[in-house]
Ligand binder design. Structure first.
Ligand code: DLL
Length: 441
């Protein structure tokens, strides 16, 4: 099957991607001022931090003054759980989503109707950038629910005029059957899940290269150029990187264009800075550091200088597509200990919280992550008291099950739990080494 098609005409939704740089800065500054005023008037934590710095919204004289504003972190979301950072009354909140917090509680994000429309526009721009258009059949295998991937991609794909299959994640054989029977042209899922689909399709003797599938919109976890090459060679599609995070909006913060040269960040909506995660100093374009994002349009939950913990750099070089918005380099690592397992964010401290809920265990544990058949597998080794360890097999199995249930309850992830005798896990003199990540990306 010939999968090469002539490039589509530019979709009108993409106009903001091509603003002259000076005009873009004007738009950013106008929106930033309104956003800061809204947060100052409505979010007590933000006002308090501004007051501590003796700042008012009027001190923002140019866009560069953004560096004066305080940072926001995931801890702020945790400390104000669930609704403390909202700038809209609940009567104006149209939807909630949630993502992993660092302990047992998730972090909550909210959207007004206008916020949802803006998010849809960001996702439409994302799809338009990689050539998805009216007539495409989009199989959306991102999870639907509190995770932003499912609904985010869903409305964006509908908005661009594609036909959406809201299949959500899992049940790989059914994914492959539908892909084939419906003539799917675009797949949205995590890159590791698509690799798993490729493997399973081979086992089922389905040749993905023979199907009309031509575009993959892959994100929610780190992946590499090697993975892209493998995906493209084995399935005959073009694989594009999409980036986003719940705190800012969900997917659609940045997206690659047809030149696949790193995700373009929709700068008129999400203002990017790169900082040194230690000194917090703002770094110039091209330098690697932590990405900090400010939402320029959000109403229900404005985020000002949110520290994403994602390590990247801003690439100001013009892209062949002509977009004036900058690109970020592929995100490969973070400045904190968050892991992403099958697209689900996981903090070691969540595992600790889950273990401590169960009696008979000691606070010594180790998390082992591996990739088998392109799927992430999670094992948690937990030390138990000597009384437990000398218990009957039945009692030990029961404890194992209780731990598994507790871990799944807190993290949403299934883990194989292995109980080990006291003092088996290596002790460290400094920071405990909680995670052994054997995945080779
Ligand atoms: O993962 C939103 C999303 C859904 C993005 C679908 C793309 C596609 P969270 O669950 O809040 O939101 O996780 C956000 O995932 O801070 C990064 O560490 C990581 N991440 C997301 N996209 C990429 C990517 C969604 N393309 C966290 N490359 C972020 C590397 C990514 N890491």
């Amino acid at each position: 099957m010939n999968k090469t098609k002539s490039p589509p005409p530019m979709h009108p939704i993409s106009a903001m991607d091509f603003l002259p740089p000076q005009r873009l800065r004007e738009v950013q500054f106008m929106r930033l001022k309104a956003m800061v005023q809204r947060a100052y008037d409505r979010v007590p934590l933000f006002r308090q931090r501004m007051d501590e710095r003796k700042l008012t919204p009027a001190d923002l004289k140019t866009l560069d003054d953004i560096v004066k504003l305080p940072f926001t972190t995931k801890t702020d979301l945790r400390d104000t759980y669930p609704f403390g950072l909202f700038a809209s009354p609940l009567s104006e909140v149209a939807r909630f989503h949630a993502s992993s917090g660092t302990t047992g509680k998730p972090i909550v994000v909210a959207y007004t109707k206008e916020d949802l429309d803006d998010w849809t526009r960001a996702m439409m721009r994302s799809f338009a950038a990689c050539g998805v258009r009216n007539g495409d059949i989009v199989q959306n295998a991102y999870g639907y629910g509190l995770f932003t991937g499912g609904l985010g991609a869903h409305y964006g794909a509908e908005g661009i005029g594609a036909s959406v299959i809201p299949i959500s994640g899992g049940n790989t054989d059914r994914q492959i059957m539908i892909m084939k029977d419906f003539g799917v042209t675009v797949i949205c899922c995590t890159p590791s899940y698509f690799l798993h689909i490729i493997d399973r399709a081979t086992e089922l003797q389905v040749d993905l290269k023979e199907l009309p599938l031509r575009i993959g919109v892959f994100g929610a976890e780190p992946w590499t150029e090697n993975m892209r090459q493998r995906i493209e060679a084995e399935s005959g599609i073009k694989a594009y990187d999409i980036y986003g995070l719940s705190e800012i909006v969900g997917p659609g913060v940045a997206m690659e264009c047809e030149h696949q040269a790193g995700p373009h960040i929709f700068e008129d909506m999400f203002y990017p800075e790169i900082i040194d995660p230690q000194t917090l100093e703002v770094l110039p374009d091209g330098a690697e550091g932590e990405l900090v994002l400010t939402t320029l349009c959000k109403r229900a939950m404005p985020m000002i200088r949110y520290r994403t913990r994602d390590i990247t750099s801003l690439d100001p070089e013009p892209c062949e597509c002509g977009r004036t918005i900058r690109r970020i380099r592929r995100i490969g690592r973070r400045s904190d200990d968050m892991l992403i397992i099958r697209g689900v964010n996981l903090y070691p401290s969540q595992i600790e919280a889950a273990i401590l809920r169960v009696e008979g265990t000691l606070p010594h544990y180790q998390i082992i992550v591996d990739r088998q058949k392109d799927l992430d597998v999670l094992e948690v080794q937990v030390e138990v008291t000597s009384e437990v360890f000398s218990d009957t097999v039945g009692a030990i199995e029961q404890l194992q099950q209780r731990l598994s249930r507790s871990i799944e309850g807190v993290t949403g992830l299934r883990a194989a739990v292995r109980l080990v005798a006291p003092k088996t896990l290596q002790r460290s003199e400094g920071k405990a080494k909680r995670v052994i990540d054997k995945r080779k990306l």
